[in-house]
Design a protein around this ligand. Structure first.
Ligand SMILES: [Zn+2]
Length: 689
């Protein structure tokens, strides 16, 4: 239930693929270095290649990774810190406090591969028996409600979030969901690649169904289960294809207005009677409510018909599949292998990650604010927070004067924009109030049970918020996370402790490099409040238009320039970027770079010592700013994951996050003495913020 909310609402800096971060423990943290530069390349021809060329030459994607980039490198470093914490906590002893008991025993149960293997499918038997026992379609809804609480989300999503029109209030939401593959296109596109992936998907399901049906000591095939399981796999693919057809696509969903359908509870129930929503809400023990938001009403109408036409047994197979697929990575070896084999098809990753890496990530996912407390104790001091606050101030000032100087916006809309900017809150490092996990029982030797109980804890916590005032202290990322986000409903920018280190932020380096790194990240998040999505929310986080009609049109004209620019970039082979899917992120990258550089220029102008304006190692502060920026995005991707990301990721690949931005900046042209007509000098440069 939890990971999904993040994807839907938050505007992040970077998207992580599955559980895919690593490197050896001995390597130092990735930092800024002139060694990454390829001086044989002209920076005005391809700045990314200039700044990252040697990094690309000298880096290899580790076999247990789908891609390699600073975010992933840093994540790996953080994961090593977490591992030390968890190993100590797992060792037990009298000095363990309540938090160490939870995270230690959880991690321990995950690392206890022997117990996991000896249990095999038995670990999941109670859940599978419940599904088997379902006698009619109403009882199936009861079972889906149970599965939603303790595990995955077949059929649809139920969650709480702030009301789009009254951000201070939390309301219930139902929305489309229930696919296994990363996007609806995987079911609907008919090119050879997608057909191949669907074939692998059926084989994966087939294999897991056989494993699940096998009795101890026999292979599924020997027991004659294979024919039945392949029929089951076809059933799941048929149902999920129908679900995919009914879903709104990712690009349309970026517009919050397309997801804004508040209605009475009675109307929602009547919209799709076969969902038996009243019964469902009771099953999940939702507080009483009279209104809710239905993210995609058409979806519920169409799936209502599907629930009519599909046999109960087929729908049970579909739910059974979701339970098996979600548990597979945490069950015995044959399930883990089958699951990873399919991950490989999607991402190209060569080897599965070491178990400890997977278990650290799982503990972070399930008990993130318990593990996060310990992480912060070890890594994050008050001086980091103070320096970060100063930079946030500088960037806010910079965006303020950028808005003030805009030629295309009227004075009235500027006034409103300023109000919104001043209302943006910031969160740095870790939450003021930690989540209290004391009600969750964690048992040694019970990984699947621990997973269910921690998921149920989170589901209950989410549902209990319905009808309550919004808790603005809450965080949507855990402290060790290497990422950042803007949340339009909260009108806030958030920077977890995990990202406040090199190459984003290095206290030993000059301000120019840091403004290109974390300064640009801050500018990126601030700009999200004013991108094509964020601009639709007012200072309080309500979906409310504060723009004059004329200014709105001017804005749309300017972002269309950005959409067209990025649509021309090739992501992999013959596949081009989707300029509309990536529009918000590209706008944030462009605006972020501009205001971060302006903040640096002000620092230089105000510095009486002349230190800030110094040339270091032959590079001016402006040049070092752009080098610091590019370093963050030096990147390698396997072709499989590159294809996946074109369809699913609102962020552009690293090369275009750099080159797509600098070619729009006269400041870049000046810093590197580029001439008109060179590739890094766009003829029709786009400029929004
Ligand atoms: Zn972003």
């Amino acid at each position: 239930m939890r990971s999904f909310r993040l994807a839907l609402i938050f505007l992040t800096l970077f998207s992580v693929v599955g559980f895919s971060q690593s490197t050896s423990t001995a390597k130092p943290a990735p930092g800024f270095s002139l060694d990454t530069i390829d001086k044989s390349v002209d920076p005005c021809v391809d700045f990314y290649q200039y700044a990252c060329g040697n990094w690309i030459k000298n880096s290899e994607i580790p076999p247990d990774q789908a891609q390699w980039v600073s975010f992933v490198e840093l994540n790996e470093r953080n994961r090593n810190v977490e591992k030390d914490i968890l190993e100590k906590a797992a060792a037990g002893g009298k000095e363990r406090n309540a938090i160490d008991q939870k995270i230690g025993d959880f991690y321990g149960s995950c690392m206890d591969e022997k117990t996991v293997d000896s249990k095999g499918i038995a670990a999941l038997k109670p859940e599978l028996d419940r599904i088997d026992a379902v006698k009619d379609k109403q009882a199936l809804i009861d079972e889906i409600a149970h599965v939603h609480m303790v595990g995955p989300n077949p059929l649809f999503n139920f969650y709480s979030s702030s009301d789009l029109h009254n951000a201070d209030q939390v309301i219930a939401n139902i929305d489309q969901g229930g696919l296994t593959l990363p996007d609806r296109d995987y079911y609907l596109k008919d090119d050879e690649k997608m057909k191949g992936i669907r074939q692998h998907f059926v084989e994966y399901m087939d294999g897991v169904f056989v494993l699940a049906a096998a009795k101890p000591g026999e292979s599924g095939a020997a027991s004659g289960m294979d024919a039945m399981s392949s029929k089951d796999a076809e059933t799941v693919l048929r149902i999920e294809t129908a679900i995919a057809k009914a879903q709104m696509d990712r690009t349309a969903r970026r517009d919050p207005k397309n997801r804004d359908h508040k209605m009475s509870r009675a109307d929602a129930v009547a919209l799709a009677p076969n969902f038996h929503l009243d019964r469902y809400f009771q099953d999940v023990n939702a507080p009483s409510f009279s209104e809710l938001n239905v993210g995609n009403p058409d979806y519920f109408k169409q799936i209502n018909a599907l629930l009519e036409t599909e046999f109960l047994e087929s729908l049970k197979t579909y739910v059974r599949w979701h339970v098996l697929h979600a548990a597979a990575p945490w069950m015995s070896q044959p399930f883990v292998d089958a699951n990873f084999k399919f991950q490989q098809v999607l991402t190209g990753q060569k080897e599965i990650q070491a178990r400890w890496k997977r278990c650290v990530s799982l503990t972070d996912r399930q008990l993130g604010e318990a593990l996060g407390q310990r992480y912060v104790d070890v890594t994050f001091g008050p001086e980091s927070k103070a320096r970060m606050l100063k930079m946030v101030d500088a960037l806010e000032q910079s965006l303020d004067s950028d808005i003030h100087d805009l030629s295309w916006m009227s004075a009235d809309t500027k006034k409103e924009a300023k109000v919104k900017l001043e209302a943006i809150r910031n969160k740095i490092g870790y939450p003021d109030v930690w989540r209290d996990y004391s009600s969750v029982t964690i048992k040694p030797g019970d990984l699947v049970g621990n997973l269910e109980r921690t998921t149920e804890f989170e589901s209950k916590r989410e549902i209990a918020k319905i009808g309550k005032p919004l808790d603005r202290k809450e965080w949507g990322m855990t402290p060790p996370t290497v990422n950042a986000y803007y949340n339009p409903s909260y009108n806030e920018i958030v920077f977890p402790a995990g990202i406040l280190q090199p190459p984003f932020f290095d206290p030993k380096l000059d301000d120019a490099v840091n403004f290109g790194g974390i300064g640009l990240v801050i500018g990126h998040e601030l700009t999200h409040g004013f991108d094509d999505q964020g601009r639709k929310f007012d200072p309080h986080g309500n979906l409310h238009d504060w723009w004059s009609e004329e200014d709105g049109k001017e804005f749309e004209k300017r972002v269309s320039c950005v959409a067209d620019e990025y649509s021309s970039f090739v992501a992999v082979d013959d596949v081009k970027l989707n300029g509309r899917l990536t529009l918000g992120e590209n706008t944030a990258d462009n605006g972020g770079a501009r205001i971060a550089l302006a903040a640096l220029e002000r620092l230089i102008a105000e510095d009486k010592t002349g230190k800030e304006g110094q040339t270091i190692d032959g590079y001016t502060p402006e040049q070092r700013f752009f080098l610091g920026f590019a370093r963050v995005w030096c990147e390698k991707r396997r072709p499989e994951v590159a294809r996946m990301r074109v369809l699913t990721d609102p962020h552009s690949p690293g090369k275009y996050r750099v080159d797509g931005v600098v070619q729009n900046m006269p400041e870049f042209q000046k810093a590197w003495s580029c001439k008109a007509g060179q590739p890094m000098v766009a003829e029709n440069a786009c400029h929004v913020w």
